[in-house]
Design a protein. Sequence first.
Length: 400
Amino acid sequence: MQQAIDLQPDAHGNYGPYGGQYLPPHLKAIMDDIGRAYLSIRDTEAYRSELNDLYTHYVGRPSPIYLAKRLSAHCGGARIWFKREDLNHTGAHKINHCLGEALLAKHMGKTKVLAETGAGQHGVALATACALVGLPCEIHMGEIDVAKEHPNVTKMKILGAKVVSVDRGTKTLKDAVDSAFDEYLRDPEHFFYAIGSVVGPHPFPMMVAEFQSIVGREAREQFPKQAGKLPDVVAACVGGGSNAMGLFSGFLNDPGVRLVGVEPSGVGRETGKHAATLSYGKPGTLHGFHSYLLQEVKEGEPDPVYSIASGLDYPGVGPQHAYLKDIGRAEYYAVDDAACLDAFMTLSRLEGLIPALESAHAVAWAMATAPSLGKDADILVNLSGRGDKDADFVAEKLGL
Ligand SMILES: *Cc1c(COP(=O)(O)O)cnc(C)c1O
């Protein structure tokens, strides 16, 4: 008998050696406060039914599972299926945790919700959730991402959020995190920092994973009804790791199902322009938690990172993934920009599905792997978001 995998952290938020709270005492106290508030409402009928009601009638859950026949035939081998998180309201999986976080902030009587955003997807999802529950929202975003993802910036403003353009450092995701965190520190008792993935100090990796677990629960129920069996592989792109954790969590204790996380190798490891934390990093501490960290330039310091997909360029990764990698339950691979762009175009033209550049990394891995798995195999890919936000960027890049 294989031992069941339980991804509940211990009382201090540790997943094996990873996770935790690497914070000064006063911030640790505030995180503990959030953790207690969350645990006290998590299982109440009122909170659960409010969240589930929003998932159904506001987000449009359950998201379907779709067999991509033409893409599968094109690749020649395993069937490729998609969990359609791209169909959610706001266009990605992030609304799943933003609603949970906004409801929690409201319940705790917080006066402002703050966050960073990369591609702008977390910002739009959070601004949406805050508009819905009636809380002020402030989003910090790197200057480069503001320019690249302009439609999302406009949406956040329409939704009533304040958007802060961050021009320090690499002007991308990591610096946006630092900037938003500085603002948060001005009044952590009244502000709520809504972290956008399974990263940061405990209880955020746990909470965000639980909010996203709806994806895996649905998929575990849906897939056998459509395919007659479980998938052989479930795959998802990994930035911080929330959409991957959501899907993985439904299949953790199905030993026959491989769990595959796909990271961005950008323009190649040797160039330093990538963000493949689990593939090329090693244990370290960042933003209040311990996990794998890219620290090749200077030991202990996060590397400047890059990905064609703004939502993936983060030098750390969720502690659950670090743990799953070490115990050998999940595998992690890296896919470069060129393969990502090819998958983006191929999926668009063969299936009429324009994927987010983030999701296209997982699609690229599935396309490359399908031939070696044989015709009876099934790969379920989390299509974490849609690519409307990336359409202009890709068209320009490819000269369309
Ligand atoms: C933000 C984002 C990601 C990366 O975040 P994870 O926490 O790793 O899931 C992936 N896909 C889309 C569409 C995103 O918006």
